[in-house]
Design a protein around this ligand. Structure first.
Ligand code: SF4
Ligand code: SF4
Ligand code: SF4
Length: 161
């Protein structure tokens, strides 16, 4: 649904949310709205967190999402610095046009949240650091470790009863 909404095509390669699988646990990965200073903006040679106007990457004042000025992006020259700086591995690249695909929260009305058939996704407005500081920008395999441990710990406790 993300690729359809954002790129008008049904193709996971265009999606801003990707599934990473580790040790039997699937993790949906999209931008985690890092605290300021955001690593992706800091790494981009054409972005200045102090001067968002004119920057290739800048934060949407309303939603906190990262917005990309695709016309200015110089991905070929910069060797995808924003993606390399993103600990969450939430930045992928447009398969044909080579600019970063970053979740923009659909402007504050996330389509993926509305369409998830299992209601696994939840949109919680507000700074991520207030909500889940423990999980802030961990890479997906680390998150799957946490989940795996908590699931098996929980199941173990249930079986003890
Ligand atoms: S998760 Fe990645 S793309 Fe999102 S703000 Fe953090 S560094 Fe940037
Ligand atoms: S790929 Fe584009 S947005 Fe990312 S660091 Fe390079 S110039 Fe900046
Ligand atoms: S909120 Fe929108 S842009 Fe972000 S992952 Fe979901 S559908 Fe894609």
């Amino acid at each position: 649904v993300c690729s359809l909404k954002k790129s008008g095509t049904i193709n996971p390669d265009y999606s801003r949310i990707r599934i990473h699988s580790f040790k039997g646990v699937d993790i949906p990965v999209s931008c985690r709205m890092c605290l300021d200073p955001k690593p992706c903006i800091g790494a981009c040679p054409g972005s200045d967190p102090i001067k968002p106007v004119g920057s290739i990457l800048h934060k949407d004042d309303d939603t906190g999402a990262i917005l990309v000025d695709v016309a200015k992006c110089i991905a070929k020259e910069c060797k995808n610095e924003c993606s390399r700086a993103c600990l969450a591995r939430a930045i992928t690249f447009h398969p044909n046009e080579n600019y970063p695909l970053i979740c923009d929260l659909c402007g504050g009305d996330p389509e993926c949240v509305k369409e998830c058939p299992e209601n696994c996704l939840e949109f919680i407005a507000g700074p991520a650091d207030y909500l889940y500081p423990k999980y802030y920008a961990y890479p997906p395999e680390k998150l799957s470790e946490f989940l795996k441990d908590s699931i098996y710990y929980y199941r173990g406790r249930e079986e003890e009863k």
